[in-house]
Design a protein around this ligand. Sequence first.
Ligand code: F6P
Length: 539
Amino acid sequence: MIRIPLTSRMAWQALQEHATESSSVHLRDLFRADASRGERMSLQALGFYFDYSKQRVTSETMSLLLQLAEDCGLRGRIVAMFRGDKINITENRAVLHTALRAPRTARVEVDGRDVVADVHAVLDRMAAFAEQVRSGAWRGYTGRPIRTVVNIGIGGSDLGPVMAYEALRAYAVRDIQFRYVSNVDGTDMAEALRDLDAAETLFIVSSKTFTTQETMTNAHTARSWLLDHLNHDAAIARHFVAVSTNAAAVSQFGIDVANMFGFWDWVGGRYSMDSAIGLSTMIAIGPENFRDMLAGFHEMDEHFRLAPFAKNLPVLMGLLSIWNTNFLGAETLAVLPYDQYLKRLPAYLQQLTMESNGKSVTLGGTRVSYETSPIYWGEPGTNGQHSFYQLIHQGTRLISCDFIGFKRSLNPLGEHHTLLMSNLFAQAEALAFGKTSDEVAAEGTAEWLVPHRTFEGNRPSNMLLAEQLTPAVLGKLVALYEHIVFVQGAIWDIGSFDQWGVELGKVLAKRIAAELNAADEPAPSHDSSTNALIRWFRA
Ligand code: F6P
């Protein structure tokens, strides 16, 4: 197949020219020139109000970006993903997280097998188990009900469950505690277990591969702790369940495969929070809410698959991020949810976006000559305003922001929500329009102080609003970002579904662990710095 390099595409080159021509245009000018810009550059879909009028784009920018999407074959790539083609070419796997939320009546085949039926069989088993734990019917080894669920996992087997638990806490049972242990740092496990009663604790060992060093180390420590307290191997079956694709390793660990909830190699770790990896989420919020969340995911999938690109949320947001990254030079993208329940969303999105698109060769294996994934980061509003927003407003870097907010609070308390939302809208306004030196001077500011108090503005942002944070809205939100990543990857022509970049560190850590335990000199193959570090630790 002949691959046209991205930078040789006509739409790309036209965008480059257009970016140069429009580099001096300020958002102030764009709004002044078009009184209806705020409404024109907004979209209402799936219960979201999406306003991108504060992006540094014109109608011409948008049509060139949409042309770029067409030229890069985005349409065909979407079809290929949903159809189950093996688009994860370096691992020869289908990419079918969309099948995890397909309705029972749908049919998606991988190697001749309908995977939707498998998905629903697991969901049904999860639901039965979750109900047992929630109702107290599931008893620990000594006959007591479960009071604490500890999810042991890392990366996609941790960040999704933690984020979803925090996000949907308002819907969660309050008489069961949920804890999440991920770090191989013993402190994580020690602090999680410190005040727990083993007789009332359920461990969910979540690992797609069931070989991940951190998770396996934590799982073994948890098992020893449980056996120390309950003194019998038979207790394992009542206090440990597993979520994995690797039945053999689960059973070798000592967990009965009857207590294992499976998923499949066509679900990437960072795309797995709606698979069995969400077992802790389902126990927390209940099967019905979990299914609502899946319905939200599915709604966004259908929108992504079917909506015209010009009215397609993931396509628009993906293209806008390409514009900011590749044509305006923004290196980072701040995700700023104005909702305390979404406090872990930025961390979750870091893995989703950066493990997916932190790549520097094309699918054809050649080095890219353009930037790929921006650095995603963020904090919930309004905390960030009193911390790093200064740099976004007046620093030298261009940072694009995704603001997220809700019309109604899940905890309406006095004036809190109005204040929260007024801050949200004010920040986007201040970033876009700033304050000119003339305006500052007109306030009677001393001349020498004027430059310090001037805000350039022209900082781009998206505003994504919804009625209220519900399980379905969370599902839509996560699917939205999953598909934004897909759009970016399709344009950049990179493989968004592997993660070879994490392998080398894992291999070296294994070698070094052996050397840290050994009494003899570190292997000479290390560099002088690493050898010295190993000697320092051993001394
Ligand atoms: O960090 C690499 C990675 O493979 C992630 O992609 C994955 O989410 C994480 O490790 C955990 O993997 P597993 O679920 O197999 O333990």
